[in-house]
Structures are given as structure tokens and as C-alpha cells.
Design a protein. Structure first.
Length: 281
């Protein structure tokens, strides 16, 4: 079954093979969690959710979850046994561990929330069905910004199951918060710009209310301020004016099949795209 699944990706390079194997492991982790009460408490969001649930044409590294409300005692470690058992059914052995947060120097401190739990899942397959050293990071926000909407989405592999996920409008808001406010010290996250482009081209509306909640919580917006279309437009224009387009391209191309799609990228292109953004009424 794993071989048939892997072959369906029709990989053309070693890099694509690695990404396909990581995505298969992501599916298996989600399937394992669906056998528990995990999705009664948490929702799937982020780039991997876009990829698996909505067909985003780029690979994604991590699995991100948000609790549906504050639960300080919640931990993915309580669900490790489900993940281990699911992998064993596929003849796979995994190592699961809780990871300490990285130094604040590595990423803007607003994104190192005290209530975010990081876990690392490492595939250790001694029979070489899949590459060894495939790792995925799982993050769970235990103190989430609220005012988001969720829905149930069906996944068909490795078997049919449902996950709870953010609606696309709330996902878009989360992506714009990252794009506007995340400050990387050593690299530009071009995947954020690729995802923004995808949302706009798909005509997906942005949930300003949820974006406002995120900006309030991260301290980028005062509680007496509102996130309006006009304010967002000014923030985006400023962000684009400071964008290293070449750096964004270099980051994004590793995750995209058709790199020619990125050739049009420029500051003017992103400014024009931003002008086409739609908002949830």
C-alpha cells in the first residue's frame, strides 16, 4: 500500500521523493489522531492543511494545530500512542519527542508563544520502505486567538476519515498575520507569499475579524484599534516595499513543482495582487 501510494506522486527528483514521503507521514499522523478525541479539542490549520485539504500546489514541512479554546493542560504527548500504533500498522517505526522552543533570536518573539507546544516526529524505517530521517514538526497553539470558524473535511488516505479544520477565510487571516508580522533573521519565508498569491487567485475572502484577533494577541495592534481594509492595505504595501524578492523566491522554489510559476514575482506583482484581495463581509 505504501509503495502504491508513493508511486502515485510520480516523483521526478530525490527532493520530490523526500517531500512525498514526508507528506505520507503527515497523512498517517492525521489519520492516527482521528481515531482519538483529538479533533474534538483541536483544529488543523496552516500550510499543510492547505496542501492536504484544499490542493495547495506546494509541499509543506510542519503540521499546525490550534485548540478550539484555551486548555492549558492539553498536550499532543497524550496522543503519541495513537500515532505509534498507526505507524506500526504500516510497518513503520517512529520516534516522538517534545522539543524545547528555539532561541528568541531565531524568530520574532511574538511567534514563540508560551502556550505553543512543539513536537518532533522522526520516521525510523529500518526496511527502507520510506527514507529514514524524515522529520515533521507538530505545533499546537494552546492559547489561540479566537473568532475563527471551523468545518469538517474528509481525507481519503490512508483510509477515509474527517478532521476539524479552520475554514478557508480564517486560514487566510492566519497566513496574512504571519506574512505581515513575522520577522526572520536569516531567511525570508517565500512560502507565505506563495500562499497569499494562491488565496487571491482562488478568490478566497479574508476574515478581517480573525486577523484582528491575531494582531491583538501578538501585540502588533492595540486593543483600541481595528483592522480595516485600509489599514491592511497600508501594512501590506509597507511589507512589500521591504521584501527581498530573490530571497522569497529561493525559499519557495524548494517546495513548488513548477518553478516557472514564480518567474513573475516582483514587488509590483505583489502590490497588484494585494489590490485584488477580497474580504469577508
Amino acid at each position: 500500500m505504501l509503495k502504491e501510494w508513493f508511486d502515485s506522486y510520480n516523483c521526478k527528483s530525490i527532493d520530490e521523493e523526500f517531500e512525498a514521503k514526508r507528506e505520507i507521514l503527515q497523512h498517517i499522523v492525521l489519520a492516527a489522531l482521528s481515531r482519538s478525541d483529538f479533533f474534538d479539542h483541536a483544529s488543523f490549520y496552516g500550510g499543510t492543511a492547505l496542501r492536504i485539504l484544499y490542493g495547495l500546489p506546494r509541499y509543506s514541512e510542519d503540521i499546525d494545530f490550534s485548540l478550539n479554546g484555551q486548555e492549558s493542560g492539553f498536550s499532543l504527548a497524550n496522543y503519541f500512542s495513537f500515532i505509534e500504533d498507526e505507524c506500526k500498522m504500516f510497518g513503520l517505526e517512529v520516534a516522538l519527542s517534545v522539543k524545547e522552543k528555539v532561541s528568541p533570536n531565531a524568530i520574532e518573539s511574538a511567534f514563540l508563544k508560551d502556550n505553543t507546544e512543539w513536537n518532533i516526529i522522526t520516521l525510523q524505517d529500518k526496511r527502507d520502505k520510506m527514507a529514514s530521517n524524515v522529520k515533521i514538526k507538530v505545533e499546537i497553539d494552546r492559547n489561540p486567538p479566537l473568532q475563527f470558524k471551523t468545518e469538517q473535511k474528509l481525507i481519503l488516505r490512508p483510509f477515509s476519515f474527517y478532521v476539524t479544520t479552520f475554514e478557508k477565510e480564517s486560514l487566510f487571516a492566519g497566513k496574512m498575520h504571519a506574512l505581515l508580522y513575522r520577522e526572520w533573521k536569516t531567511r525570508i519565508k517565500g512560502r507565505d507569499w506563495y500562499d497569499m498569491e494562491w488565496y487571491i487567485k482562488k478568490g478566497i475572502t479574508l476574515d478581517l475579524t480573525h486577523l484582528q484577533e491575531r494582531a491583538w494577541q501578538s501585540g502588533h495592534l492595540d486593543k483600541n484599534e481595528k483592522m480595516t481594509k485600509e489599514k491592511l492595505s497600508l501594512l501590506l504595501k509597507d511589507r512589500i516595499s521591504r521584501l527581498d524578492v530573490d530571497g522569497a523566491y529561493f525559499d519557495a522554489k524548494r517546495f513548488v513543482h513548477n518553478q516557472s510559476d514564480l518567474a513573475i514575482w516582483s514587488k509590483q506583482y505583489f502590490q497588484d495582487l494585494g489590490g485584488m484581495m477580497k474580504f469577508k463581509s
